[in-house]
Each structure stands twice: as structure tokens, then as C-alpha cells.
Design a protein around this ligand. Structure first.
Ligand code: ADP
Ligand code: MG
Length: 323
């Protein structure tokens, strides 16, 4: 498909409702955005960019085009969620191999734009090129947060409690199973993997109510993502093994192995810390919240089980689809 025709197709598909933040979107040299501001207030801009690469983040024989499009945008939205931000606009750089069917592209955008509409995000531009092999998609997301209020990774303090939303390991369980069986799965039984829901509303509540001292989204796996918080905050952590909420996936539903919950990536839940005296509801914005441990002064990450045995938790997160 010629680049011009492809852009025309994308432009036709993007008929988002008017977004006051996007004065000009696809069709000019640059998009023109205006940050929505309340009178007398200032906002900070959040920007994040994420690759979705065929063979690394998805496989065309295992993931529907809709899932690839959805997950591509969800990666970026989840980063905005992890700051407690409000997403505004997305930009997509797309390199497609020659011979890719227009129907694949259409379905990819159906997945991406469906999620965009749900979160009031406008696809406001991008770039298009031919790829020598494999599909490459780079998503840029712009968002905003009230001045100085974005929740960083660096705010965790010794004594803070550690919380995680939803359940962990469900996405990695799908990858593990596809690899083992060498065939695709029913997406309805593994929605956490195929159609992850970014925790935008939860992130915003945690920021607005000043509940979270530090926050990150679980894209690389609990062990790795917690190590990022610990490094940025110069602290350590202790987790209680039995407290970690393990995903239940498949048919019949089955709880994933502990290792998948500890190290499996791409769940796009929120991992955050809060001072001990903050009361954290067990459910926020419809998402269950579980306390899984505490921040410590000692700078390593320990895992303790009910019988008191303690071991060191090394960060060994996400390996994607590398063979
Ligand atoms: P330029 O020569 O300025 O780079 P292009 O011909 O690449 O312009 O793009 C024309 C318009 O289409 C621009 O507004 C650009 O942002 C948009 N666009 C190009 N590719 C994509 C894409 N993959 N997704 C969304 N918008 C795109
Ligand atoms: Mg261009």
C-alpha cells in the first residue's frame, strides 16, 4: 500500500470527537495541541514513547491485528496512568512490510482507535514508512498532570506500604502457554494479555487524593518494576509471598505459578507505595488493591513466606518473544 493511501486511510479512520486539546491533528506538518487548564492553574506535560515490534512484543500468528493495535496504545496509556496523568493525544510511527493486507491495517486501527476513544485520546499524527521485514509501531503519548503533581518512581520512603492493583502474571501465562503449545489462544480466556486495560482512573485517584508516594506500571514484571522504584528512591523492599495477587486465567480458571506473578511482564497494573498512615481502600476506581509488602531502609528486595523463610528477590522480568 502506498504511503499516501495509507495515511488517507488512517485519517479516514480517525474521526474522533472534538478534543479541545487538539487544535490540528493529522494532515499538517505538525499537530497543534493546547493544554486544557483550569483558571489560574498550570499543568505539566507528560510524554512517553514505546515500541511494539513484531517478533518481540507480538507475533502475527498469535495476536489478532486488533490486539496488536490495542496493546500498542495500552503500553503508552499505562505509562500515563503510572504518573496519575490525563492522556491527551497519541502519535504513531508505523513501518509496514510490503504486501501486508489493508485488512490487517484496518483491524489494527480498529483495536488502537477503539481504546483511544474509550480514554478520550486523539491520534493526532505520526509517520509511515516501509519496513524491510516485520511490523514496527512506535507510539508516543502526550498527557498532562497538575503542576508538580505527577507521581514519580522516586518518592518511596522506608516504612511505606507497597500495593499493587488487580492481579499479576496473567499476561505472561498466556505467552508461556502459546510458546509451549506453539499455537494461539482464545483471547477471551486471556484478556489481560490480549486486551489489557490501562489503569488511568486508578492512577488519577491515587494522585488527586495524594495517596501514592511512588508509582510505576507493571510492564516488565513485579520484581523488575519494584527494583526500579527502589533504585530511584534509594530504598529496599520486603514482600510477603502469600499476599501477591496471582492472576487466574484459562478455562477452567487456574491461578498462575508464583514465578509468573513475580517476574511476568505486561500486566499493566499499577505498583505503588503509600505512607503507612494513609488508609488505602481495598478497591479504587473498580480495581482491587492489595498490600504486598513494605519499603525498607536496607537496599535489597526480600521475599518472605508465611513460615518466615526469607530469600532475595532478583529482578528478572520480561523476556518477550525472543527465542
Ligand atoms: P510529513 O512529510 O510532514 O512527515 P507525512 O506525509 O509523513 O507528513 O504525514 C502527513 C500527515 O499524516 C501528518 O499530519 C502526519 O502526522 C500524519 N501521519 C502520517 N503517518 C501517520 C500514522 N502512521 N498515524 C497517524 N498519523 C500519521
Ligand atoms: Mg512523515
Amino acid at each position: 500500500m502506498a504511503e499516501k493511501a495509507l495515511i488517507a486511510q488512517i485519517r479516514h479512520l480517525v474521526k474522533t470527537k472534538a478534543n479541545p486539546a487538539v487544535l490540528a491533528g493529522i494532515g499538517d506538518d505538525c499537530a497543534v495541541l493546547r493544554l486544557p487548564l483550569r483558571a489560574g492553574s498550570q499543568a505539566d506535560i507528560l510524554i512517553t514513547t514505546d515500541f511494539s515490534l513484531e517478533g518481540v512484543h507480538f507475533r502475527r500468528d498469535w495476536h489478532s491485528p486488533e490486539s496488536v493495535g490495542h496493546r500498542c496504545l495500552a503500553r503508552g496509556l499505562s505509562d500515563i496512568a503510572a504518573m496519575g496523568g490525563q492522556p491527551l493525544a497519541a502519535f504513531l510511527s508505523l513501518a509496514l512490510p510490503p504486501g501486508l493486507l489493508p485488512s490487517w491495517v484496518n483491524r489494527f486501527f480498529r483495536g488502537l482507535l477503539g481504546l483511544a476513544e474509550k480514554y478520550g485520546v486523539t491520534l493526532a499524527g505520526g509517520d509511515t514508512a516501509e519496513s524491510p521485514n516485520g511490523i514496527l509501531a512506535d507510539i508516543v503519548l502526550l498527557g498532562s498532570a497538575p503542576k508538580g503533581k505527577a507521581v514519580l518512581r522516586s518518592g518511596a520512603r522506608p516504612g511505606d506500604s507497597i500495593y499493587v492493583s488487580g492481579e499479576l502474571g496473567g499476561s505472561a501465562a498466556a505467552v508461556w502457554k502459546m510458546r509451549k503449545n506453539k499455537r494461539k489462544l482464545n483471547p477471551a480466556e486471556y484478556t489481560r494479555h490480549f486486551l489489557p486495560e490501562p489503569r488511568i482512573a486508578l492512577g488519577q485517584v491515587l494522585r488527586e487524593k495524594r495517596l501514592a508516594s511512588a508509582m510505576i506500571d507493571t510492564s516488565d514484571g513485579l520484581s523488575t518494576d519494584l527494583s526500579h522504584i527502589c533504585e530511584e528512591s534509594s530504598v529496599g523492599a520486603e514482600l510477603q509471598t502469600e499476599a501477591i495477587p496471582r492472576a487466574r486465567v484459562g478455562k477452567p480458571l487456574r491461578e498462575v505459578d508464583l514465578d509468573l506473578a513475580l517476574h511476568g511482564g505486561e500486566d499493566y497494573e499499577l505498583l505503588f507505595t503509600a505512607p503507612r498512615n494513609k488508609r488505602i481502600p481495598s478497591r479504587i476506581a473498580g480495581v482491587p488493591i492489595t498490600q504486598i509488602g513494605q519499603i525498607t531502609r536496607n537496599r535489597n528486595i526480600l521475599l518472605t513466606n508465611r513460615s518466615g523463610a526469607t530469600r532475595k528477590l532478583e529482578p528478572r522480568g520480561w523476556q518477550h518473544f525472543r527465542r
